[in-house]
Design a protein around this ligand. Structure first.
Ligand code: GRG
Length: 318
């Protein structure tokens, strides 16, 4: 089995940040905030966050904030909850959450009124879904503001997305998919509500995602993809069933997806690399306790030391 090409991945991530005009940079322009979260968290797991200029990153993140308190995916774009979470996570990585005026931001618009919606959580988006519910719950947890929403109703909405097969969909009745399962399990973990899950049934569905090559797919009959090393593994860890998959084979699959010449990780062996799969490959290896990587928290999707720092700084009981 090969080894993790750490130095090459660091160089690749830093080079993506600098590129402005190639195809990938252009199509990712509107979601640069997500890219920042993926790249910077990967660097942190690899122990190389010190290679970036903190002030430059923080000032760019803040230049994406709107009057409503929410963040856009890039300067000049509209705010959305997806990018708001990434912005908060990036600030958390650098221990810079105090640059936010949380009380003002939460009062200044959409945020609280929409987050309090009866069925689930809208929070800077126009539809209720388990994905946006997780994002809102995580974002508010990182800001110690979970008490600002009706957590019981949010949990009820998540539970209403549960299916007969033990999995969860995006909305009630939606097909079980590993990505949505991660969101639901994560939201239930963050709200102390994991007892709503049939852990053996869900654990069985999740470990069935491992295919012959060792990789994981997102739902039955689909191809494996490195990103599911995150969505599936983190869910299995949160429900304490990670020992039901073959870890060695999954490590080999992820390592086989590396570009060992130029750095970066792809969805499957020999495909083109990108920063999304590079992050989820490295995060997956961290969950698998691959040597020399920082541990990552499966519910917060941030390094454990960052989460501990935030927990210690807690101002209000969650
Ligand atoms: C902080 C880690 C973190 C996440 C924030 C954005 C988000 C919350 C969660 C997204 C969860 C999700 C839906 C992941 C799945 C992404 C994915 C690979 C979708 C592809 O779906 P299909 O149907 O692919 O194209 P398959 O593999 O089913 O063929």
């Amino acid at each position: 089995m090969g080894e993790l090409a750490t130095e090459k991945h660091v160089r690749y991530i830093l080079s993506v940040e600098k590129r402005k005009d190639d195809f990938q940079s252009v199509v990712m322009e509107h979601l640069r905030m997500n890219g920042a979260y993926w790249g910077l968290t990967a660097l942190d797991i690899l122990g190389k966050l010190n290679t970036v200029d903190v002030d430059e990153v923080v000032s760019w993140v803040m230049s994406c904030q709107h009057e409503s308190g929410g963040f856009a995916g890039n300067v000049g774009h509209d705010p959305h909850i997806l990018y708001t979470l990434s912005a908060v996570q990036v600030l958390a990585l650098f221990d810079k959450l105090d640059v936010l005026d949380v009380d003002k931001d939460l009062k200044s618009g959409l945020t609280i009124s929409t987050a309090r919606h009866d069925r689930g959580l809208y929070f800077l988006s126009d539809e209720a879904s388990s994905r946006f519910s997780y994002i809102a719950i995580l974002c508010l947890s990182l800001l110690h503001q979970l008490d600002k929403i009706n957590v019981e109703k949010a949990v009820n909405f998540i539970v209403s997305c549960k299916n007969m097969d033990g999995g969860f969909g995006c909305t009630p009745g939606g097909e079980s998919h590993s990505g949505q399962i991660f969101c639901c399990v994560g939201a239930l973990a963050l709200t102390g509500s994991l007892h709503h899950i049939d852990k053996d049934l869900l654990g069985w569905w999740l470990c069935e995602r491992q295919v012959k090559s060792g990789g994981l797919n997102g739902r039955p009959e689909k191809l494996p993809d490195v990103c599911y090393s995150w969505w599936v593994l983190s869910s299995l860890i949160m429900i304490d069933r990670v020992h039901w998959i073959n870890k060695e084979k999954l490590i080999k699959f992820i390592l086989d997806c590396q570009d060992t010449e130029n750095g970066g990780i792809s969805d499957r062996p020999d495909d083109a690399v990108d920063v999304y799969h590079t992050y989820f490959g490295i995060a997956g290896l961290s969950l698998l306790e691959y040597p020399s990587l920082k541990a990552i928290d499966p519910a917060y999707a941030l390094p454990v030391d960052v989460v501990n720092r935030i927990r210690l700084g807690k101002r209000h009981a969650i």
